[in-house]
Design a protein. Structure first.
Length: 337
C-alpha cells in the first residue's frame, strides 16, 4: 500500500466576524492523499475551497481560527504547533501554497531575486546569498524562466512569467504537499496548459510528493488529478476517482456542476447546459439537514431536517446524501430518456 503523505481528520475551522459571529467554512472535513498522487477540489465560489487550503497549512491568522481536528503530514501532526514553528519548519518544506491571484503575490518593491532571499530567510534557511541565488537559478531553469528575471521587479514581467515565478518560489524547498489554489484561472489557454504541465512534471520528478489542485471547473481536474473531491457549504459531499466524478457523479450537487460545464471528452455538439438554481446557504446559520436541500430537485422533508449520512463504497468512493445510489441513478437515467 502506498504511503499516505497527508491525513486530515475531522478538520473544522471558522471565521469570526466583527460582530462575534462564527462562520464555519470548513466543517468536519476528512481527506487523505498518498505519495505521488494528486487530489482535485471543486465547487462554487464560497463553498470553502480556499479556506480549506489555508486551513491545511496549520497557520492561522484572524479572522480565520482553528476549532478542531488533525492535520498529519508524513506522520507529523502539525495542529496546535506554535505559529512561528509552523512558519519556519512546516510552510514551504512540508506544505506549500500557490495562492489565488498568484500573479499579485509578489512584492512589487523588491527584485525577484531579493524577494526569494527574503522568503528563504523567513523559513530560517541557513544559506548564503550566493547559494540561494544558485538554487533559484536552477528552479527558474526548470520552470522555463530566464535567470535575468531574478534581477527584475515583478511589474517588469508578463502575467505568465509572474505565475511561473510564484510556482518556482512555492516549490523551491520541494514540499511534500503542494496546494495550488486555481493557479491557472487568470491565464490564457496556452499559459494554462503550460502551468498544468509544469505542476505535473514536478510531481513526476519527485520535487513535489503530492498535490491538491483547487478549481471551479470540475472537468479540468480530469486531466490533472487522480481523485476529485466536491465541496459544498463547508462540507465534502462526494469523492471518487477523476473518471468516476466526471463521467458518473452521484451527488445531485456534483451532477449539477457537471451539467453546467462542457466536457470536451464527452463532445459538445447539441449539449444543453443547465444552471443550479439558488445560492449556497448562509453559514452563520447553516441548515439542520442537507445543506444543498433548498437547491436540490430531489430533496424530501427528511433531507431538510436530518443530518446526512456519508455513504462509503468498497473502493473508497464516498458521497453525503439521504438517497441511495440506486435511487439516484434510477432518477438520473429516467431524466436522460
Amino acid at each position: 500500500m502506498a504511503k499516505k503523505i497527508l491525513e486530515v481528520k475531522e478538520l473544522t475551522t471558522k471565521y469570526i466576524t466583527r460582530q462575534g459571529e462564527d462562520v464555519y467554512s470548513v466543517d468536519h472535513v476528512s481527506l487523505d492523499i498518498e505519495e505521488g498522487k494528486s487530489l482535485g477540489i471543486a465547487g462554487e465560489s464560497g463553498c470553502g475551497k480556499s479556506t480549506l487550503a489555508l486551513s491545511l497549512m496549520g497557520y492561522y491568522f484572524a479572522p480565520l481560527h482553528y476549532t478542531s481536528g488533525e492535520i498529519i503530514i508524513d506522520g507529523k501532526n502539525i495542529t496546535g504547533l506554535d505559529p512561528d514553528v509552523v512558519r519556519k519548519t512546516v510552510l514551504g518544506s512540508e506544505v506549500a501554497y500557490i495562492p489565488q491571484a498568484a500573479m499579485n503575490a509578489l512584492n512589487p518593491t523588491r527584485k525577484v531575486g531579493k524577494f526569494i532571499e527574503d522568503v528563504m530567510r523567513a523559513h530560517d534557511i541557513k544559506m548564503s546569498p550566493k547559494e540561494i541565488r544558485e538554487m533559484a537559478e536552477q528552479r527558474f531553469a526548470l520552470v522555463g524562466l530566464p535567470v535575468e528575471a531574478l534581477d527584475k521587479h515583478s511589474v517588469e514581467l508578463s502575467g505568465g512569467m509572474r505565475q511561473r515565478v510564484v510556482i518556482a518560489v512555492s516549490t523551491i524547498l520541494n514540499p511534500k504537499v503542494l496546494i495550488a489554489d486555481e493557479p491557472s484561472s487568470a491565464l490564457d489557454v496556452t499559459s494554462q496548459k503550460m502551468v498544468i504541465k509544469m505542476l505535473k512534471d514536478m510531481m513526476h520528478m519527485g520535487l513535489v510528493k503530492s498535490m491538491i489542485f483547487i478549481t471551479h471547473e470540475l472537468p479540468l481536474l480530469y486531466n490533472v488529478t487522480d481523485d476529485i473531491m466536491v465541496m459544498y457549504a463547508g462540507q465534502i459531499v462526494e469523492r471518487g476517482s477523476a473518471k468516476e466524478m466526471v463521467f458518473d457523479p452521484i451527488h445531485p450537487y456534483s451532477r449539477g456542476l457537471m451539467k453546467s460545464i462542457l466536457v470536451p471528452e464527452e463532445g459538445t455538439r447539441d449539449v444543453k447546459l443547465t444552471a443550479i438554481p439558488g445560492t449556497p446557504p448562509n453559514l452563520k446559520h447553516p441548515p439542520a439537514g442537507c445543506r444543498f436541500a433548498d437547491r436540490c430537485r430531489y430533496a424530501t422533508a427528511n433531507c431538510r431536517f436530518q443530518a446526512m449520512p456519508i455513504v462509503e463504497f468498497d473502493n473508497g468512493r464516498t458521497y453525503r446524501c439521504g438517497h441511495s445510489v440506486e435511487h439516484l441513478r434510477e432518477v438520473y437515467a429516467s431524466e436522460e430518456e
